[in-house]
Design a protein. Structure first.
Length: 256
C-alpha cells in the first residue's frame, strides 16, 4: 500500500482538526451530512458529464493504483532483458521464441515477438511508441476525471453554502435557528474545499504519478527490445537500461 496516500489525507484532516480545537471549535461540527450529499456526489456527476465515458470507466477501474502502486521492479526488468539480449547474442534471435511465450507482460512479449518475426527495428519502434502513447493517454484521461472533480468541488461547496443561507434567511423570526442555519451553510464551503484539495485533487495527481512508473517501465522495455533487435552488446544494453533506474537504486551488473 502507498502509505503516503493514506497518511497524507489522515494528517491533513488531523492538522485542521487540531487547529480548530485550539481555537475552541469542534471538528465534528464541520461534518454536515447534507453538505456532503450536496457536494461530493454532485461534483463526481459533474466531472462525469465533462469526461469521456471511457475515461470515467478508467478512473474507477484504475482507482486502486492510488493506494496500491503498480508492481514495477525496474531492476528485475533490467536483469530479464539483459538475459534475453545475451541469449539472442549467443544463440540467435530465433532462440528467444520459447522464452517469449513464457513472458507475462504483454508489452514485452509482443515486442519480442515482433523482433523474432523479423520485423525491422524502425517498424518495431513505431508500433511500440504507439502503444506507449495510447497507454499514457489512458492514464492521463483517467487521472483527469479526478482532477476535474477537484476543480469543481469548491464551486459546489459555494452552491451548498448559498442554498443553506437561503434557507437560514427564512428563519428571521427565530434568530437562534437562523444562526445555526448560517453556521451549517458554511460547512458546505469547508467541505467543498477539503474535498478538492485533500481528496479528489491529490487522487488525480497520485494516479498520474503512479501511472508514470508503468510508463517508464514500458519505455525501458522498448529500449531493451530495440537493443536486441539491433544486436547491441548485452553489456552496453545493460548500461543503457540502468539509466532508467531512479537515483539511489543499486546498479548490479550481471557482467561483474
Amino acid at each position: 500500500m502507498d502509505l503516503t496516500s493514506v497518511l497524507g489525507l489522515v494528517l491533513a484532516v488531523a492538522s485542521i482538526s487540531v487547529g480548530d480545537i485550539l481555537e475552541g471549535g469542534n471538528p465534528l461540527h464541520v461534518v454536515h451530512l447534507s453538505s456532503c450529499i450536496i457536494i461530493i456526489p454532485t461534483t463526481m456527476f459533474a466531472a462525469m458529464a465533462g469526461t469521456h465515458a471511457s475515461a470515467v470507466k478508467a478512473a474507477f477501474k484504475e482507482f486502486k493504483i492510488i493506494f496500491m502502486p503498480p508492481k514495477v521492479d525496474l531492476s528485475s526488468r533490467v536483469k530479464e532483458i539483459t538475459e534475453l539480449s545475451s541469449a539472442a547474442r549467443r544463440d540467435g534471435i530465433l532462440s528467444l521464441e520459447g522464452r517469449a511465450a513464457g513472458i507475462e507482460d504483454d508489452f514485452l512479449r509482443e515486442g519480442l515477438n515482433m523482433v523474432i518475426d523479423g520485423r525491422e527495428a524502425k517498424s518495431v519502434h513505431e508500433d511500440l511508441e504507439i502503444k506507449i502513447e495510447q497507454m499514457e493517454h489512458y492514464y492521463h484521461t483517467a487521472a483527469h476525471y479526478w482532477l476535474m472533480a477537484g476543480e469543481s468541488a469548491p464551486t459546489f461547496g459555494l452552491v451548498g453554502a448559498v442554498l443553506g443561507l437561503m434557507l437560514a434567511l427564512q428563519l428571521l423570526d427565530d434568530p437562534t435557528a437562523m444562526a445555526m442555519g448560517i453556521a451549517g451553510a458554511f460547512t458546505a464551503t469547508v467541505t467543498g474545499i477539503m474535498t478538492a484539495y485533500a481528496i479528489f485533487g491529490p487522487w488525480g495527481n497520485k494516479m498520474k504519478a503512479n501511472a508514470g512508473d508503468i510508463i517508464k517501465e514500458k519505455e525501458m522495455m522498448m529500449a531493451g527490445i530495440l537493443g536486441i533487435a539491433n544486436g547491441e552488446n548485452p553489456r552496453n544494453l545493460e548500461a543503457k537500461l540502468f539509466g532508467f533506474l531512479p537515483p539511489g537504486v543499486p546498479r548490479v551488473s550481471q557482467f561483474e
